[in-house]
Design a protein around this ligand. Structure first.
Ligand code: GN1
Ligand code: MG
Length: 362
């Protein structure tokens, strides 16, 4: 079934050419393949089928990607960045009659992604390239970006969605997640902090990536330096705190996102420190005092928010996040809440690390 699809789709971009394909197995959202051929310009490309359940208006996200990646190429011509390959008729994606959307990226040479950091220098690098992304786009007209997923980091709304899902859930299911329900309720008064500050403009709207986990950072095979951020699907107006917080949510956890043994899930302070140092080395000069003040708190917000999204999806029958076994979204939720609890215990240490890093950079 896959190969038949590819035989139909690849010629739209590369013409009639023989090719080899290898499926890309990670990522919760799209389906993807590495495509290898003897095409003169594009021998190595990445093909993706855009998930239109998640992205209801894929044209908008494709336009965001096109505009932002073109801007980045123009402003930092020496940096390797993602490039969309147009169809033979010049479109940035191919839409089939049934509405399926396909796109192709040029594969960036001599690079790799990784789920696990080889050392803290690599974490520093990830922080640096994410800070750089923010800085490079500081003058980009943020209001001109499409909102590809409305209310993506509207934490109060995410909580409302959770409560709605809960109100429709079977009693048996509710019993299983009672501790998680209480965990959220006890903390719910804090959920509006970032979102309300954005609405009141006490936090600036920025061009944000919204999925800054380690495996969305591309590294050079030889130097292990970070090259750029990939997966530009969720580029939207948002807060710098979303990207910083989300990165540490993901990298601060030494085990899998769905690790069932919560003893293995402990928020890693050295990772927080290395990432903060890298991020602030690149972005310190453009961050406002409010952003700096809340930086240490941002992993808490994004971690609890994603935990509640996993829980909501579990209650709703796992329609959003791809799962490989029935309890996976519940396990994912529990790892996130364990990280939240760890972050709470070490709140003042995290604040101290941010302050020390800022002072060190002065
Ligand atoms: C989803 O599939 P992936 O890993 O790119 C999700 C992120 C979550 C992440 C959790 C569009 O991203 O928000 O942080 O899973 N992306 C979307 O692993 O919802
Ligand atoms: Mg993503």
């Amino acid at each position: 079934m896959d190969h038949k699809n590819l035989l139909r789709v690849i010629p739209q971009f590369l013409g009639n050419i023989e090719f080899l394909s290898k499926p890309i197995l990670d990522g919760h959202i799209h389906q993807g393949w590495y495509i290898h051929s003897h095409h003169s310009q594009y021998p190595e490309v990445v093909l993706q089928r855009v998930n239109t359940y998640v992205f209801k208006e894929p044209e908008k996200l494709m336009e965001n990607i096109q505009l932002v990646s073109t801007y980045l190429h123009q402003h930092s011509p020496n940096q390797r960045q993602l490039t969309l390959i147009p169809t033979l008729s010049g479109k940035i994606y191919y839409r089939e009659a049934n509405g399926t959307i396909w796109r192709i990226y040029k594969q960036i040479e001599n690079c790799y992604t990784t789920l696990i950091a080889r050392d803290l220098t690599q974490i520093f690098e990830a922080g640096k390239v994410t800070g750089l992304f923010l800085k490079q786009l500081r003058d980009y007209p943020v209001e001109s970006l499409h909102i590809s997923i409305p209310d993506f980091h509207n934490t109060p709304k995410r909580y409302q969605n959770f409560l709605t899902a809960l109100s429709h859930a079977e009693p048996d299911l509710i019993r299983i997640v009672q501790r998680e329900i209480d965990f959220l309720e006890e903390r719910s008064s804090h959920f509006g902090l970032f979102w309300n500050a954005l609405l009141q403009q006490s936090l600036p709207w920025r061009v944000t990536h919204n999925d800054t986990k380690l495996d969305n950072v591309l590294f050079d095979r030889d130097t292990h330096k970070a090259v750029c951020l990939i997966d530009l699907d969720t580029i939207m107006p948002g807060s710098a705190l979303f990207d910083f917080g989300d990165a540490l949510r993901a990298m601060g956890n030494p085990s899998a996102e769905d690790e069932p043994d919560l003893k293995k899930v402990q928020f890693q302070i050295p990772v927080f420190k290395a990432y903060t140092q890298g991020y602030l080395a690149a972005a310190r000069e453009i961050l406002t005092s409010k952003e700096l003040e809340w930086l240490a708190f941002s992993p808490w917000m994004i971690t609890i928010e994603i935990g509640m999204r996993f829980l909501t999806d579990y209650l709703q029958g796992n329609q959003y996040f791809r799962i490989h076994y029935p309890e996976q979204n519940l396990n994912r939720c529990r790892t996130q809440f364990k990280l939240v609890a760890d972050i709470e215990k070490q709140k003042s240490l995290l604040e101290e690390i941010v302050l020390k890093t800022i002072n060190h950079l002065k």
